[in-house]
Design a protein around this ligand. Sequence first.
Ligand SMILES: *Cc1c(COP(=O)(O)O)cnc(C)c1O
Length: 407
Amino acid sequence: MSGAKDIRELGAATRLLHAGAPPLRGGSGPVNVPVVRTSTVRFENAAAHADHHRRRAAGERLASYGRHGMDTHRALEDAVTALEGGHRAFLAPSGLAAITLVLVALLSPGDHALVSDSVYSPVRRVDATLLQRLGITLEYFSPSKNDWAAKIRRETRLVYVESPSSLLYEVLDLPALSAVARQHGIPIATDNTWSGGWFYQPLKLGANLSIQAATKYIAGHSDVMQGVVVTDSPEWTEKISTAYEALGLTIGADDAYLALRGVRTLPVRLAQHQRHATQVAQWLETHPQVSRVFYPALPSHPGHALWKRDFSGASGLVSVAFEDGVEARAADTFVDALHHFGIGASWGGYESLALVASPERLREHSVWTGTQPVVRLHIGLEDPADLIADLDQAFARVAARDRLAAA
Ligand SMILES: *Cc1c(COP(=O)(O)O)cnc(C)c1O
């Protein structure tokens, strides 16, 4: 960049493009940082090696070994830090690894953490298979009820949330949660995967740690597994850094590059996901075989007012509940009939996906009291008219099956 302005004064999209841009060497250079793969770092002499070690131990972001990553990793960390408006970013081999890193970094035997009950379900598996064994207690609370503060104990060391939540996009009042947590000196960590960090800035609304599955929108092309943790201050950077080192976490430079390449176009991809998803969600709302559409940008969504206050956009996830009385099998018939939607977990790539939400997962969310089958759609960058026509014929297949069953 030209160096005319402090990067912090620039617009968010400009910052995202400039963060971690490689300096010109000898008068020229590439646009983005290339893939710098290495397992070890070579030094000119023993003194330079010792100097690097010393400066790294004092907190400088230098690599004295391959596990620390080099230019590609640094550039991605800078871009993600700029994206989330944070202090430091840590790169993990998956979104789930980023979540586990935060939980293990902040919680010790005897500690208690409060977790919103609509979180990404594998958090409960980390709880059951790892944290309980370490003597750590997670307690789940309904983020839409106002009674959670009464659950705070003397040994509560973390509030862990996700907004909007998985599957039904329950929107949390993060400023209100954080005001209470702050009074008790408890940090808040939040899963920010849904917004890609572009439509939501939880660190500015009181969270201390923002986690993303970079697998989803940051990478954006369904070709890499990755997680990021962004801290708001040196205090949490130090905590995360210590656990990160102890766990020996690192990611490959090729994967770092894929995410770095993806994140530069995050704003335009998300704007298009939003346009398409809004069209599909509005169409779904008018469909006679649908009882509810879950999309925070729809005025009918329970969290719409909070979403409007705290978010600058909505991403590509839309969930749809069939009309009352429809059998669970209808959801399978529906997704099997789709041509333009892959059937699969994950999301955030350029393509559309459909997944039948498991009733057991939905029941974990206290806001879900329905009995209808639910399908989660990720609305990709295909022409929305094609997606709508595809959904329409899939509904027709479900209706035809019901007529057959009734005959
Ligand atoms: C996918 C996802 C994760 C986990 O990411 P992986 O890279 O698949 O491990 C975490 N949180 C949310 C909200 C997700 O959707």
